[in-house]
Design a protein around this ligand. Sequence first.
Ligand code: TXA
Ligand code: MG
Length: 323
Amino acid sequence: MKNNLIIDDLLMNIPILEKAAYLLQQGNLVAIPTETVYGLAANAFLDQAVAKIYSLKNRPNFNPLIIHCKDLKMAQEIGIFNDYAFKLAEVFWPGPLTIVLPLNPNAPVSKLATAGLKTVALRIPAHPMTLKILELAGIPLAAPSANPSESISPTSASHVEKAFKKIDGLSMIIDGGACDVGLESTIIDLSEENPILLRPGKITRENLSSFIGEFSNNTLEARHPKAPGQLKRHYAPSIPLKMDVHEVNERQALLAFGPSPLLSAKKTLNLSPTADLIEAAANLFTMLHELDDSKFESIAVMPIPQQGIGIAINDRLSRAASS
Ligand code: TXA
Ligand code: MG
């Protein structure tokens, strides 16, 4: 965005941005420019839309996603802000800073987007076209970087096009020019007593410290030395979970998959009666929450095919089963 005039006069094509906003509202995926990297955006309120992100990116697990908001008011409806959060939002938003906060339990954000966590990562991106789309759509957007899992982050529309050219499921790519920052946003976790820098970025620890004071050098790695850089906090049900079950008893809850659910469970929910893995991913966290009840002995889960987004579903289930 070296030349704001070009953005305003040539690229701020409102009918195109209106179309993008409409597609997003309806649950489709749109690649959006931000000042950091291009994002693969979906309506953050719709599990089905968010499931498409994981499927298209071919992510082997369900990392929680950053929720992009048009303004502080929208962000405050989703996260519970504290003094530090207000301060950093005031200084750095819109901009390349993501703030993790306790999730407002009443916010209708997709549980798949937050990976079922009680916290949520929020940011207001600083790109005029994406801010306009957010305003027109009136909904928050869940968006990871718009690249297949484990490939390089996209900093131009053509990177996105190349990465997803042969893949159905991406409805539109908004070309907002080259990304200014070219590196993913800094992530600070303000959901607990002490701030934690979860991901370094253009906004440095020193930049942040000058507004909220020094905070200890405990990165996520320090907290979880066994898995450097890996987000280990995940939603886990309070009752045991068993995978790949082929029979259930009347004290168990059944999380079924496919057209022939096992019989005799106390309660059964079906991830996808038609064995559609995207639908199953979309339902996963919501159904796990619903079955997480001490009136059941355990949650029994029928086998999920280890292919496509099924790999992420099984990864998630195996974490839930082992915790
Ligand atoms: O610059 C960016 O942040 C780009 C643009 C598109 O906004 N987005 C991006 O998203 O980098 P992604 O999905 O590649 O990275 C999101 C990061 C992940 O490392 C995830 O673990 C972390 O945010 N995250 C999301 N929710 C979290 C939460 N509740 N607690 C801790 N970390 C969280
Ligand atoms: Mg990424």
